[in-house]
Design a protein around this ligand. Sequence first.
Ligand code: ADP
Length: 210
Amino acid sequence: MKKYGIPNILQEMSENNIFKQVFHVTRELRSKKLNQKPVLIWFTGLSGSGKTTISNFLEKLLFDKGYSTFSLDGDNIRNGLSKDLTFSEKDRYENIRRIAEVSKLFLDSGIIVLASFISPLKNQRDLVKTIVGEKNFIEVFIKTPIEVCEKRDVKGLYKKARNGEIKNFTGISSKYELPLESSFEIDTSKLSVQESVNFLYEKIINEINE
Ligand code: ADP
């Protein structure tokens, strides 16, 4: 059996006596094995803007072409990992922090992550970028106008928000800070789902083949 050296587990120690464990199988090795560069594709935008729809079809396309992918979605995370959190600004920040840390673990495993979260504030999106690293972060702003999102009202949430049944609803009773430096922008009132997916695929394919 091949002998391995002992990894330097004491490489990094934080103030609270937590050591960073160093593993033999690194992100680079996993990435090489999967023949892809893991990136986080982060979809931001209003509820009903089309984040999940586009992300879902883009993932299917990547998966069918042989890439290893995983999707993280607002509703799923809110039903599990972030079950204990509200929609206050503080809790939304914590929700995003958790998602970013989970995304980072997936990136370490070599997987391409597609994440759809309203992430209304710049400091939330900046946090994700800081946690996963700028070079692994692709921000896609789904900039569908609120009138279109509200008209779609896929989940009936705009109606509830207008009636005051939902507090802190982004775009109605809680702000959405426009991303100014997104990698890509898509307005789904102008592009079809297929066009949006094709556009993004063309843009990211070189990045993940690196
Ligand atoms: P979000 O994840 O941003 O809340 P969803 O993807 O759940 O939004 O909902 C968007 C809705 O808009 C879906 O019902 C989808 O079918 C519809 N839709 C209409 N045109 C488009 C488009 N061009 N791109 C994405 N979604 C679209």
